[in-house]
Design a protein around this ligand. Structure first.
Ligand code: XBP
Ligand code: MG
Length: 251
């Protein structure tokens, strides 16, 4: 039996900035503690870290920065500092101080209840990603979790999305991505997944060409914004995603 073509069967979520606001006060501070632990005279400020986010993947970000500061052993040093950073970040994940973005847990539950599969495609490290998902969304069965450790090329390369779609057993036309950043949108786009962008703090002013829609939050909007379709103004619900996917596929 053939199944109805191009119905929404899976939603693939990014993690950092999309499921939780992790960057400014989470990853950035963990990097700074790791610099201190390794006796390195660096401290990334809020604005500087925002610029550095253009380099995806914490270890790559560190390596590029350290190479730019003249460290001949930048790759080895980055590996070691990043391991320390991960330990700090993971300890915060365990304490439960990181919270989900408002409205996202309700959306995940709705998708689960409608039997729309949910998955993750992130450049973050597996060591903390799986713990964070378990802490924040224990009742959500993620059908696939693709992390930065599972791919050879990080976003904006589409590899993570390609792996997630393959693991879900769907075709890209049956899936939708949710992202917060320009490299994330590019990755989804290059994997041929329509993408809803829910901007995070660091990417509010960015351009998102090709996004199916761009919203500041998962919650209902209290301002009239003619650029947002009516069916999304009541918040990002499972039904709104189904409609957004249908519209995006028909373009
Ligand atoms: C997130 C990243 C990650 C995090 C840090 O981007 O690039 O590197 O900043 O996590 P996206 P790690 O949301 O597009 O996946 O240090 O574990 O890499
Ligand atoms: Mg992100």
């Amino acid at each position: 039996m053939t199944r109805p073509s191009h119905q929404l069967r899976a939603v693939v979520f990014d993690v950092d900035g999309t499921l939780a606001e992790t960057e400014r006060d989470g990853h950035r501070r963990a990097f700074n503690l790791a610099f201190r632990d390794h006796g390195l005279p660096y401290e990334w400020g809020v604005t500087e870290y925002g610029r550095l986010l253009a380099i995806t993947g914490g270890r790559r970000r560190l390596e590029a920065y350290l190479a730019g500061r003249g460290h001949a052993d930048a790759a080895t040093l980055a590996r070691s500092v990043h391991a320390t950073k991960t330990t700090h970040f993971l300890s915060w994940v365990h304490t439960g101080i990181l919270i989900a973005r408002p409205g996202v847990h309700e959306l995940l539950r709705e998708l689960r209840d409608r039997e729309v599969a949910v998955a993750v495609a992130t450049t973050g490290s597996r060591a903390w990603v799986t713990v964070l998902l378990d802490r924040l969304f224990r009742d959500i069965p993620f059908a696939a979790v693709v992390t930065g450790d599972d791919v050879t090329r990080l976003k904006p390369h589409p590899e993570a999305y390609g792996q997630a779609v393959a693991a879900l057993g769907v075709v890209s036309e049956e899936a939708l991505a949710v992202e917060d950043s320009p490299p994330g949108l590019q990755a989804a786009d290059r994997a041929q997944l329509p993408c809803l962008v829910v901007t995070s703090a660091y990417h509010r002013g960015a351009q998102f060409p090709g996004a199916a829609a761009v919203l500041p939050s998962y919650l209902a909007m209290d301002l009239f914004d003619a650029t947002v379709p009516t069916y999304l103004r009541g918040g990002v619900t499972a039904e709104a995603l189904r409609r957004l996917h249908a519209v995006a596929r028909s373009r």
